[in-house]
Design a protein around this ligand. Structure first.
Ligand code: F6R
Length: 327
């Protein structure tokens, strides 16, 4: 499968999760969701949809947060390959402490640890399996009593993604291609409002990094208004017009966040090469996230294409893991 086909397959991945078998989990605990990279993104997307009176915390590192064992947390380990050492380390700590643990994986050492898993289809780059992984994690959070109607949220997100992708060249693809053209010789800086737009901005950044093999950065509103914004004041001296801004606007943005996003464009607009904008579609956080993110997925693949880069391999990441050696 090409990366374009994988981008277009996002809604099928979300629909797959509607019926997938999910192990039983306790429904009275706080939750830690472990994951790195593309799987950490999936963990964070699922956590966006969590509601109810218990915390759901995404942990992107080794071991567990200090409160997890004393509070008897439910641990959800998300690793597409099942071989990511940070995620495996937290899983082992949880298992050895007797915490309830469940995985979302296509195999690897995570499955060999003997924890119950949601088994996702294998053979994809993890970042291109985000629909499977987020859907599986969401279903686990629903089983834990933290998401009201996960199938409805997944169907809504899949329909919204289908609508923006269209049959061949829907608005997400054309906008993604246009933004890729504008960003071709520029460093993308993507801003979005906490929580949905900001997470989608981070997905944009990581997709440009991994697919187009280029630096890209993301920032979160309102936080960046308290620090990063000032960094634009003298930016012109650095030839900063090589930076292109993309603003992600979510219908669920807090009204003051929406206002801040308007003002960010005014404040830094003429210091950047251009300011582009993408708007979310849909009601639920999952639909809104994925309709922002899929434009970035398309932009990152179009950017790779324009630069003559193969989006599939991540040789630097793999080489880095090899140099690090077994953990
Ligand atoms: C590669 C990718 C990476 C991986 C990360 C963790 O496509 O997206 O960010 O997701 O190295 O690996 P997994 O997901 O296998 O735990």
């Amino acid at each position: 499968m090409t990366m374009w086909e994988l981008v277009r397959g996002l809604s099928d991945q979300l629909r797959w999760a509607v019926d997938v078998d999910v192990p039983q989990v306790p429904d009275d605990r706080p939750v830690v969701v472990l994951g790195m990279g593309g799987s950490g993104m999936a963990a964070a997307v699922a956590a966006l949809a969590a509601e109810g009176g218990r915390p759901v915390v995404v942990h992107r590192s080794y071991d567990l947060p200090s409160w997890a064992v004393p509070s008897g947390a439910l641990v959800v380990a998300v690793s597409y390959s099942g071989n990511t050492e940070e995620t495996l380390s937290g899983t082992r700590v949880a298992r050895d402490a007797g915490l309830p643990v469940v995985g979302v994986t296509s195999g690897g050492r995570l499955r060999d640890l003997g924890v119950p898993v949601v088994a996702v289809p294998p053979g994809l780059p993890p970042r291109a399996a985000v629909g499977f992984q987020a859907g599986g994690a969401l279903r686990i959070l629903a089983a834990a009593g933290l998401v009201g109607d996960a199938p409805a949220a997944l169907e809504e997100a899949a329909d919204a993604v289908d609508a923006v992708l269209g049959d061949g060249d829907g608005p997400a693809i054309t906008l993604g291609r246009d933004l890729a053209e504008a960003l071709r010789h520029r460093i993308p800086v993507v801003y979005g409002g906490f929580p949905v737009g900001a997470l989608a901005a981070y997905r944009w950044k990581t997709q440009v990094n991994e697919n187009a093999k280029r630096p890209a950065y993301s920032g979160e509103v309102p936080e960046m208004n308290h620090n990063e914004l000032e960094g634009w004041a003298e930016a012109a001296e650095l030839g900063i017009r090589c930076v292109g801004i993309v603003r992600l606007r979510d219908a669920g943005d807090h009204p003051r966040v929406a206002r801040r996003l308007d003002l960010v464009a005014e404040a830094v607009g003429d210091r950047a090469a251009f300011v582009g904008e993408v708007r979310s579609v849909g009601e639920g956080p999952l639909a809104r996230f994925f309709t922002l993110a899929v434009v970035g997925d398309a932009a990152s693949v179009a950017l790779a294409e324009g630069l003559g880069v193969d989006p599939m391999p991540v040789d630097l990441i793999e080489g880095f893991k090899r140099r690090l050696g077994p953990g």
